[in-house]
Design a protein around this ligand. Structure first.
Ligand code: SAM
Length: 588
């Protein structure tokens, strides 16, 4: 059946709309190309469309205003990869036509979705109200237009505003001209009819004064599903509001926001009974949605303070749960479990470990790994190990004959520590700052590092308990992502998804950079940009594991994962350098 979806255009998550829908489609074992088929232009029908910007050759070419120039060449029969289709691809976004096998699937998908607002079965679509009445589909109208039914009309002018009188006028045109027979009931309607208008983006209108009539399309239809997590529904029923961080009893320094946590859970195709791992679990925000859907959750974190609620984590005194259960909240150990108590969810299995450098056995048991790694934007990236004493570069320069070479090597090492898409110096600065703050703090946030050997000896003799934890080192974005892929190769089931956030500087970002990153034994399923500020963003990357690690290593000719990691790191750096060189040559 053909349905019209209207997406919620939450500014920071617009780019997540299609990847989320595609994941929900995959959860129902449907091919997303089939579901989106109404948005593709059939070969030979190019001229039926009145938009000159469209590229439309094969059945799998959507109407698009694509950023990828390569695809703008006509008659180029390239299959569209999952990541090439963006929200901007659709000429009517946030309205998109979809094809589903039945109503039940539509309803299951919309109940789970965060970003689809409503699904509508269309009775008619036109650019003016006269045509809406004239071209109404009699069969669909007859099916829904019953005398004994309580009905309601919703009027939604996307990108515009209507007065109360204008809304009433529109409802009257439809009810009178199409002889709508149901009785209006505002409180308990059995059927909801939608009149939707799509208007020109106000920004375009401002810049193009020749536009006089802003109305682009009108859609009239019947609601067949509405998102539960819609902001218009009361807080009690609303799953994303219920999990709002402002009402959460225990918060870490970088608790992932609840909309993003639910979106990441959907990207991970999380189902009831799945085993989900967050190797950078912090206060547990990312395993709350999988727990909500009945998954068995596991978390790891190197920093015990965030798990226990000392130093970096805190009880949220503003949350109602805390206010009602103050004593209980204070006593609860470890504090991360408090959030699961609050939401009455199964408690996760938490261990303290270095997930970047893990030597976990190769047991590919997890259905998804979902995480927000600590890149240094908001949290510190660390790995177990001892910090080398800082070199005194000036001294070295004056005494050592190889200083220049050393310095060049050092510079090169520094260059290689950042994200390929993040400006190196900026990241190094943040990393260093946070590193200094964290060094030498104990589980209670106090500095308990013995000042000297004597003090340490004295402490040991007195049998004094010290809460210090293993020394840690600060590491780079590449290092974390490689570690994460290595971990996923060890413990993620073949076909399982690795969903993680990746920091970028907007100025330097282009989607091809992400598409070119090579994750051995993984296929890029999708990526979406979540802007954090004018300059910084993070990309939600969704990868899918191809083969079992044994099979992959054998085929690729690597002895083990470490060898694979080293070579891959080198390959990524070479690709990056080539890309930079190409960009420089193009700029010249
Ligand atoms: C961005 S935070 C994750 C926040 C988490 N999603 C939450 O909702 O609280 C990253 C976490 O990774 C932890 N971490 C840093 N380095 C680690 C490592 N090598 N292994 C495991 N955890 C690490 C930090 O202690 C921090 O809690």
């Amino acid at each position: 059946m053909k349905v019209l979806a209207q997406f919620k255009t939450i500014p920071n998550y617009v780019d997540f709309c299609l990847p989320e829908l595609k994941s929900l489609i995959a959860m129902h074992n449907l091919d997303w190309r089939e579901v989106f088929k109404h948005e593709f232009v059939q070969e030979g029908q190019e001229n039926l469309t009145n938009n000159n910007d469209l590229i439309n050759t094969s059945p799998y070419y959507p109407y698009m205003y694509h950023q990828n120039k390569k695809l703008n060449q006509k008659k180029q029969l390239l299959p569209i990869s999952a990541s090439e289709i963006r929200h901007t691809s659709f000429r009517r976004f946030p309205f998109v036509y979809l094809e589903f096998p039945n109503v039940e699937i539509c309803q299951q998908i919309i109940q789970r979705s965060i970003l689809i607002d409503v699904f509508i079965e269309i009775i008619s679509e036109a650019t003016n109200y006269e045509d809406i009445v004239k071209f109404a589909d009699k069969e669909i109208l007859f099916k829904h237009n019953q005398e004994d039914q309580k009905i309601l009309f919703e009027v939604d002018p996307y990108n515009s505003h209507l007065t109360q009188q204008e809304i009433i006028d529109r409802i009257e045109i439809i009810t009178e001209s199409l002889n709508m027979r149901g009785k209006i009931d505002l409180k308990n309607p059995q059927k909801k009819f939608w009149i939707m208008e799509r208007h020109v983006d106000p920004f375009t209108k401002q810049t193009d004064s020749s536009i006089t009539n802003t109305l682009l399309d009108i859609y009239f239809g019947v609601e067949i599903g509405r998102s539960k997590s819609c902001t218009r529904i009361s807080q009690k029923e609303n799953q994303t509001n219920k999990y709002d961080l402002r009402q959460r009893a225990y918060l870490g320094p970088t608790s992932t926001d609840n909309i993003l946590s639910f979106l990441m859970c959907n990207q991970g195709l999380t189902r009831s009974g799945d085993m989900i791992l967050d190797p950078f679990v912090g206060s547990g925000s990312l395993i709350i949605p999988p727990s909500h859907f009945g998954a068995i959750c596991f978390g790891g974190d190197l920093d015990p303070r965030v798990l226990h609620g000392f130093g970096v984590g805190r009880l949220n005194k503003k949350s109602q749960f805390y206010q009602k259960n103050e004593e209980y909240c204070k006593e609860m150990k470890p504090k991360i479990m408090l959030n699961f108590e609050q939401y009455e969810l199964n408690k996760p299995n938490i261990i303290r470990m270095d997930c970047i450098n893990t030597n976990l056995r190769e047991v590919e048991i997890f259905d998804a790994i979902i995480c927000d790694p600590p890149y240094g934007f908001r949290a510190m990236t660390r790995t177990a190990g001892k910090k080398e004493k800082k070199r005194n570069r000036k001294d070295k320069q004056s005494t050592n004959a190889n200083t220049q070479e050393d310095e060049a090597q050092h510079e090169e090492d520094d260059q290689q520590t950042g994200s390929p898409l993040l400006k190196q110096t900026e990241q190094a600065k943040i990393v260093e700052e946070i590193s200094n703050q964290m060094n030498g703090l104990d589980i209670e946030g106090k500095n308990t590092q013995p000042k000297n050997e004597e003090e340490e000896k004295k402490n040991n003799e007195n049998g004094e308990e010290r809460h210090s934890y293993a020394p840690t080192l600060t590491v780079s974005v590449d290092y974390i992502v490689n570690g994460l892929v290595r971990l996923a190769n060890r413990v993620l089931a073949p076909g399982g998804r690795l969903v993680f956030l990746y920091p970028i500087e907007r100025e330097h970002y282009n989607s091809t950079g992400i598409e070119k990153l090579n994750y051995p034994n993984f296929t890029l399923v999708d990526y979406s940009e979540n802007p954090l500020s004018e300059k910084k963003s993070r990309i939600l990357v969704t990868l899918q594991k191809n083969k079992s690690v044994k099979e992959f290593l054998e085929e690729a000719g690597y002895k083990n994962l470490d060898e694979m990691n080293e070579q891959n790191q080198f390959q990524n750096q070479t690709d990056q350098q080539q890309q930079q060189q190409q960009q420089q040559t193009q700029a010249q």
